[in-house]
Design a protein around this ligand. Structure first.
Ligand code: SF4
Ligand code: FES
Length: 368
């Protein structure tokens, strides 16, 4: 048996608590209660072990990681372990003093979520009045001299405002703007009917991104996360299962990807029971879909299998009930018809120029 590759990235979900209620959230419907979260000392030990395992980069994420009063101590622990830290935040709860403490502890960069360029629309999508806090947070991050990334999850409700969204990100001084078409897991899967865009919206958005890339000439990084429901191509999810990255949930459950908690028979291990190295190298949860042994046709003999790893296991499970099947996003999948039906039957005919009315969200909240 070949040795497992070493991971370099850790998604640390410090808490599922969040002041926002975004309907596109990829957190599980069953959010971890705050009383079950890892302690400061437990996170410090996770980060120490992660550094020994080879991790060099962590996203401190959630929910909203600023809800953790010990965030600076967690940043210090990552810094001591030689791990670069990026804070992934809504900006709510960030003030100058807090940012100064985090920067002194070793925080290296900030990624700020933005829902829309229009304050009222942004607050409506977030389910919380938060736009002004985001604008303040962006200014604070720039004043502190930290790299600023803006992350915008794109869907039916904001794709047509992409031009204004990019302009707003540039006004705020972003070094990088991630335009992330919604990936349908957790709350996003629950809200899929309200979030799925039309093909025309996506075509217009692609044109907008290209225009801005031409205009900016690479001065600001515009990242387009593909809408895999529409492209007929499976995404190389997580860079492969158990290949480069691991996720630690707020209660210490360790997962090969943030959505894997949805797989019913995975039995994911916990840092409260096992060292991270054992979990990575030997747990069933991490070895189940590692490499190519588990693949069935058409992936097993497909020339793209080393490039996309058969797509996404969580999406295969969500759409077919079997995580070992080819991701239905792939046009070669025998289940691709499931995706085709969804992308041509979302309340408007494929190619229609006007999206269906928006809203009617099941907002993310504790209790599913
Ligand atoms: Fe990728 Fe499998 Fe589709 Fe081939 S058949 S392109 S390996 S998902
Ligand atoms: Fe879990 Fe893609 S989100 S494998």
């Amino acid at each position: 048996m070949t040795a497992a590759p070493r991971p370099w990235a850790l998604l640390a979900e410090l808490t599922h608590g969040c002041p926002l209620h975004c309907p596109y959230c990829s957190n599980p419907l069953e959010l971890v209660r705050r009383s079950r979260e890892l302690s400061t000392a437990e996170w410090a030990e996770v980060l120490r072990q992660a550094g020994e395992l080879g991790v060099v980069h962590t996203h401190l994420s959630g929910g909203e990681p600023l809800l953790r009063g010990d965030l600076a101590e967690i940043v210090t622990a990552a810094e001591s372990a030689g791990i670069y830290t990026q804070l992934v935040t809504s900006g709510v709860g960030l003030d100058g003093a807090r940012l100064a403490t985090l920067t002194a502890a070793g925080l290296r960069s900030v990624q700020l979520s933005v829902q829309h360029a229009d304050p009222a629309a942004s607050d409506r999508i977030a389910g919380h009045r938060s736009y002004a806090a985001k604008e303040r947070a962006a200014a604070l991050v720039r004043a502190a001299g930290l790299p600023l990334g803006i992350n915008v999850v794109l869907h039916r409700d904001n794709l047509d405002a992409l031009d204004a969204i990019i302009r707003r990100g540039l006004d705020w001084g972003a070094d990088r703007i991630e335009l992330a078409n919604t990936q349908f897991y957790g709350w996003a899967l629950r809200n899929r009917d309200a979030l799925l865009p039309t093909r025309d919206q996506l075509a217009r958005a692609r044109d907008t991104v290209q225009r801005w890339r031409d205009r900016l000439g690479g001065a600001t990084d515009l990242v387009w996360v593909v809408p895999d429901y529409f492209d007929g191509v499976a995404k190389p999810c997580m860079g492969g299962w158990g290949a480069v990255s691991l996720t630690v949930a707020p209660d210490g459950t360790v997962l090969p990807c943030p959505a894997a908690a949805s797989l019913p028979d995975l039995d994911p291990p916990s840092v409260r029971d096992h060292p991270l190295e054992w979990i990575w190298d030997h747990s069933g949860a991490f070895s189940r879909y590692r490499g190519e042994e588990w693949m069935r046709e058409p992936c097993r003999t497909c020339s793209r299998r080393a490039a996309d790893f058969g797509g996404c296991r969580c999406q295969a499970y969500a759409l077919t009930g079997d995580a070992a099947r080819t991701d239905p996003a792939c046009a070669l999948s025998p289940d691709h018809g499931v995706i085709r039906a969804l992308t041509t039957g979302t309340g408007q005919p494929a190619g229609a120029d006007t999206p269906a009315p928006t809203g009617g969200y099941a907002y993310r909240k504790p209790g599913g």
